[in-house]
Write a protein that binds this ligand. Structure first.
Ligand code: ADP
Ligand code: MN
Ligand code: MN
Ligand code: MN
Length: 430
């Protein structure tokens, strides 16, 4: 018996699962073209839609249970512990009961998981320990239930190699960095794929849509594909307490962006990872595949990035443009280091075409989207503001990128070696 629960969204293309094709709407139910039935509002305020089956009674009861508000009956809540897996980009999670609602991650117990199943520990010593670090409201379960972002340690208390949060938290607790109150505004781009064929949403299977041009910020069923996913994600992020600041349709059809920030310090990384988790959950329900590959389709199609807008207190104050230029100098001297930390496969994206700069050359400019670093016209005009690092790929780790930006621009001072190396590189190119 096929059963599936999907959110109330109608993706224009490619979410017609096998169950839905066979499904018959229940008599009297408001069936849609794909034989799906709508339920009332859940406790979380999100509609839950169940694919109807031969045994519709079962589906009704399932919806009912998913929407049950447990608060009148028990103090207990469900905490979804979330962590980054062994590839450094995969997200994993599991659930546990907590005896009463919590406000702060310090009230939550540590937990463990089988690291040999996530590529994070050998089988004979497989235990990895989860330390709760930040909590968010759970938009899927509603009520007092929570999502918990965790980082990962050995039983002896050492951060494991894929725990990038630990090092970032050290940078962000350095008094010099704290004093500069670093803000990050991250533009997360992503691509939606039709399941099974792994081809972008809205694209004819085995073929291509018309060339890029009409799709960026577009409306219309022939130009915008997956808006319901983007919108469900937007509301779910607001519900969860994520500092999401906007969304837009992207240049390549089936590609979207949302922005998170400005967020201070380590919070930027936590919020991006939780927002990615929520996006994975929503696309899972919709039967659409999320990819953060920086160049999902070769050829004359835009890649996917994660532009990172950045400022310090001194950059935001009068005279800040001079501080920004000094930061850009430091960034130019550490270009190779930053590129090596900005995401896998980024060389396929940073070609110098499609609003990118070449991966080999550092460049900066005012209002120039073909540069590594862009400074906005407002910042130049006001003499203060922020810079945009356009190099990070969509699959970058925000803990690494944000902490490296802070380190290079606040903690690091140019060395003679760094300057000599940069001069040599430049000389080789000319
Ligand atoms: P773009 O024009 O490159 O598409 P977006 O509007 O998508 O830019 O994203 C800009 C991001 O920069 C937003 O998340 C915004 O909150 C953030 N931002 C704005 N001011 C600052 C600042 N002073 N420091 C860091 N980030 C900022
Ligand atoms: Mn943007
Ligand atoms: Mn964009
Ligand atoms: Mn941008």
């Amino acid at each position: 018996m096929a059963q599936a629960v999907v959110p109330a969204m109608q993706c224009q293309v490619g979410v017609r699962g096998r169950a839905a094709v066979r499904a018959r709407p229940a008599p009297g139910a408001g069936g849609s073209v794909w034989g799906v039935r709508r339920s009332g509002r859940g406790t979380s305020g999100f509609k839950v839609m169940a694919v109807s089956t031969e045994s519709t009674g079962v589906v009704t009861r399932l919806e009912h249970l998913l929407n049950v508000d447990t608060t009148p009956f028990t103090d207990k809540i469900i905490a979804e512990y979330i962590w980054v897996g062994g590839s450094g980009i995969d997200l994993r999670s599991k659930s546990r009961t907590i005896s009463k609602p919590v406000e702060d991650p310090s009230e939550l117990p540590k937990w463990n998981y089988d690291g040999s199943s996530t590529g994070q520990a050998p089988g004979e010593d497989s235990e990895v320990i989860l330390y709760p670090q930040a909590i968010f409201k759970d938009p899927f379960r509603g009520g007092n239930n929570i999502l918990v972002i965790c980082d990962t340690y050995t039983p002896a208390g050492e951060p494991i190699p894929t725990n990038k949060r630990h090092r970032a938290a050290q940078v962000f607790s350095d008094p010099k960095v704290v004093g500069q109150v670093p803000w990050f505004g991250i533009e997360q781009e992503y691509t939606l794929l039709q399941r099974d064929v792994n081809w972008p949403l809205g694209w004819p299977v085995g073929g291509y849509p018309g060339p890029q041009g009409p799709y960026y910020c577009a409306v219309g069923s022939d130009k915008s594909f997956g808006r319901d996913i983007s919108d469900a994600h937007y509301k779910a992020c607001l519900y969860a307490g994520i500092n999401i600041s906007g969304t837009n349709g992207e240049v390549m059809p089936g590609q979207w962006e949302y922005q998170v920030g400005p967020s201070v310090g380590i919070e930027a990384g936590d919020h991006i990872w939780i927002s990615r988790y929520i996006l994975e959950r929503i696309t899972e329900q919709a039967g659409v595949v999320l990819t953060l590959d920086p160049k999902p389709i070769q050829g004359d199609w835009n890649g996917a990035g994660c532009h990172t807008n950045y400022s310090t207190k001194s950059m935001r104050e009068d005279g800040g443009f001079e501080v920004i230029k000094k930061a850009i100098l430091n960034l130019s001297l550490r270009h190779d280091l930053h590129i090596s930390a900005y995401g896998e496969g980024n060389e396929r994206r940073l070609t110098g075409l499609h609003e990118t700069a070449s991966i080999d050359n550092f460049s900066w400019g005012v209002a120039n989207r073909g540069c590594s670093i862009r400074v906005g016209r407002d910042t130049e005009a006001n003499g203060k503001g922020y810079l945009e690092d356009r190099r990070p790929a969509s699959n970058m780790d925000p803990y690494i990128v944000t902490s490296l930006l802070a380190e290079t621009t606040i903690l690091w001072e140019p060395t003679l070696e760094a300057e000599a190396l940069a001069a040599k590189k430049l000389a080789l190119k000319v």
